[in-house]
Write a protein that binds this ligand. Sequence first.
Ligand code: AMP
Length: 564
Amino acid sequence: MTSFREFSQACKLIEETPGSLDMTSLVADLLSRVTPEELPVITHFVMGEVFPAWSNEEIGVGAGILYAALARSSGLSVSQIEDLVKETGDIGKTAARALDRKSKGQATFSSFLTEEHELSILEVFQRFQAISKASGKGSQAARIKNLQYLFNSASSEEVGYIARLALEDLRIGVGEGIVRDAIGAAFDVPPEIVERGFMLTNDLGLVASTARQGGTEAVSALGLQLFRPIRMMLAQVIPTLEAALLDIGEAVIEWKFDGARVQIHKEGDKVKLYSRRLEDISNSLPDIVASVRKYVHADSAILDSEAVAIDENGRPRAFQDILKRFRRKYDVHSTAKEIPLTLNIFDIMYLNGESLIDEPLVKRRELLASCVENSDSVIQVDRQVITADPEVIDTVYSEALKAGHEGIMIKNPQSPYSPGKRGRNWLKKKPLMETLDLAVVGAEWGYGRRTSFMGSYALACHDPETGRFLPVGKVATGFSDEQLAELTELFSDHIIMESGTKIELRPEIIFEIAFEEIQKSSNYESGYALRFPRLVNVRDDKSLEDVDTIGRLEEMYRMQRERN
Ligand code: AMP
């Protein structure tokens, strides 16, 4: 049996370790130390998860419940706890401080308890399970009581990690990549086999247990399972149509519907729907469940689709409307009437007991068409064109945009279904997305042909609260040589400091930047980074007041996550 104290000590060590290789070996060490029963639990805990993403269990603890439990355990008021949160900026430190004050001030239940009773990892997990199961009247009180028990039983080094875990925000920098490699290292399984097992089962806890029990062979044998969603295959932005066609040759062209992703699992009359984040959304979408029962003729199947909310003119409604449907817990039937959804099915991964993910797309499509009965404005297999002719592709693209959709998907007809992969087999072509106006706060001298030019520019958003500019990344794409020469001259008046090839610039010039997505990142002070940023325009018509704020980035990030 492993104590929660040992886990906390491991977390502290990991938190203080800068390199991901060292972190991986610390995690591997932790995974190989615990008992078989503890292994799946600890695998999730170390990533700041309590339950696997696909399961229906949710801990459901928000800041309110946590503050109330901390207040009760420490004897402080909730507003004192809130002040501590503001002061420390971290719930873990808040918990440690609040409970530390208490132990100094008075002899308490906990001080008696800690003498003889040491919390085990499984005990913490069981309390979290009890919290997740609490429902109905009195559930709030039950959640608080269970947390209070944990806080009262924990030592000061443990309470911080309990508080952070309860919010599923452990902040020790361990993500899926590190855990995947750690499982590989701990149980001697190649990381790509661990990765594949993970993409198919979506549960690193299960992969870890399988690796421990049966090594590489057992992990390789992990497969699709009905009612356990698999990671969605993802799309890359198309470089250019010419390059894509050169790569793929004849390509499958489909509309890129403006809706939300739904993975469908069906066995007999049992139907479950999962969102892109693999949450079970079946209860919110009873109309879709009914259509799948009626129009999908298969004993068992796993399908991939896009649900679209259509207005009275047959055009897609705002994305927020679909979200309303996905999030709805009550009055689901009346919301379904208000915002009807159409299901466009574009792939099939499993049919009548057989996995199809290694079959080529064309074969999967044949099988898909054979088991889905199209029914107008309720459910259909999306139309596709197979062509290498750029003119035909352009026509489909403009039809899709005219119908109010996002653009087109260009798929490799021979490609397997690659769970969780953003590869070249699925490309998306859509008009440029929203751009950000960012201040240029630094640059770097180029190399090779571009040594006399500033070749890469550091970008920052604005923090209205402090008035500071917070870095969000660099842009080095989207410039012609001529433009680089002009910009180098323009910026030479704005240099504050130079060291080596690095230049600090006074923020004065604004770049309009397009990008593929916003990511969380600890590399930049804003806490965000842009994926594939490229210069759209130098906005000399704009001034520093026009620079996008950190608030807008946060908002765009949130929207993007919801959309995903
Ligand atoms: P993006 O969200 O921009 O990365 O684009 C990929 C998303 O487009 C997928 O996750 C689906 O939700 C959506 N999509 C719409 N139509 C299709 C389609 N025909 N094939 C695949 N994905 C589609």
